[in-house]
Ligand binder design. Structure first.
Ligand code: ADP
Ligand code: MG
Length: 255
């Protein structure tokens, strides 16, 4: 059988800031139900790439498509509504309970339902109850079930950071973009989070684009790896292929 068409198709994306080319004709695809890792040294353009994919940064050239839908010039909320959810490298919530944070994610999914909820229309009340039930399921899927009603400020760092992943999942995304999801976590928290991401792929068939510095985790989770270096795609392949690429070894290990 021919390979399934990609869920996300990034072609020739270029981003220029004053005097700096942050992304230089970057192309890659994310296959459905796969984990694609985007790696590279600090400043390589990984977060900028996420900003393009989520509509926060307009590329100077290139296109992004989700299935058959071109995303390139759409506003962030439209892109999210079409099924691209993301987490941010440096944002970890400190407000509210786990449930509150996940309901914010559901809110982004259906503004209208929530506006009506304020008026306590019967249909809206039912929808609100369904959103709460789904938020609870997502908390279970992400290892946060036991903390559903806890204030996030009281949770260990690893759980608090994983609330961001859970909130992104509340959008019911077709593609989940994770920007350094284990940064700052201890090794037990990293292992737990890796297990969660692995389960999201194997059990829900979720497609994931992963930016992560933890190479052990990348090698364990990723089906495909794209390496960026100063905004340029430097290598692409399976984790084993990329790990043996002489150029990658030179860039990473200075050999
Ligand atoms: P990474 O996530 O791989 O560490 P970034 O995408 O954050 O890299 O940054 C890539 C390059 O673009 C860096 O040199 C960074 O300083 C620069 N950069 C990122 N955002 C902006 C911006 N808004 N304005 C100017 N330069 C930026
Ligand atoms: Mg970054």
């Amino acid at each position: 059988a021919p390979p399934a068409p990609p869920v996300l198709d990034v072609r020739g994306v270029t981003v220029r800031f004053a005097g700096l080319t942050a992304l230089d004709e970057v192309s890659f695809t994310v296959a459905p139900g796969s984990v694609h890792a985007l790696i590279g040294p600090n400043g390589a353009g990984k977060s900028t790439c996420f900003n393009v994919l989520s509509g926060l940064c307009r590329p100077s050239a290139g296109t992004v498509a989700l299935g058959d839908t071109e995303l390139t010039r759409l506003a962030p909320h439209r892109i999210a509504a079409l099924g691209v959810a993301r987490t941010f490298q440096n944002i970890v919530t400190t407000h509210g309970t786990v449930a509150d944070n996940l309901m914010l994610g559901r809110h982004a999914l259906s503004r209208a339902g929530f506006a009506a909820g304020a008026l306590r229309l019967p249909r809206a009340v039912r929808e609100q109850r369904e959103h709460l039930a789904r938020a609870r399921e997502i908390a279970e899927l992400t290892g946060l079930g036991a903390h559903f009603d806890s204030p996030v400020a009281l949770l260990p760092y690893g759980d608090r950071k994983r609330v961001e992943l859970a909130r992104a999942l509340c959008l019911e995304p077709r593609v989940l973009l994770l920007d350094e999801p284990v940064a700052g976590m201890n090794s037990a928290e990293r292992a737990r989070t890796a297990e969660v991401v692995g389960e999201l792929r194997s059990e829900l068939g979720l497609s994931v684009l992963l930016v992560e510095h933890d190479m052990g985790l990348v090698m364990r989770l990723a089906d495909d790896v794209t390496v960026l270096d100063f905004g340029r795609p430097m290598a692409h392949g399976t984790p084993d292929e990329v790990r043996q690429d002489p150029e990658v070894l030179r860039a990473y290990l200075g050999t």
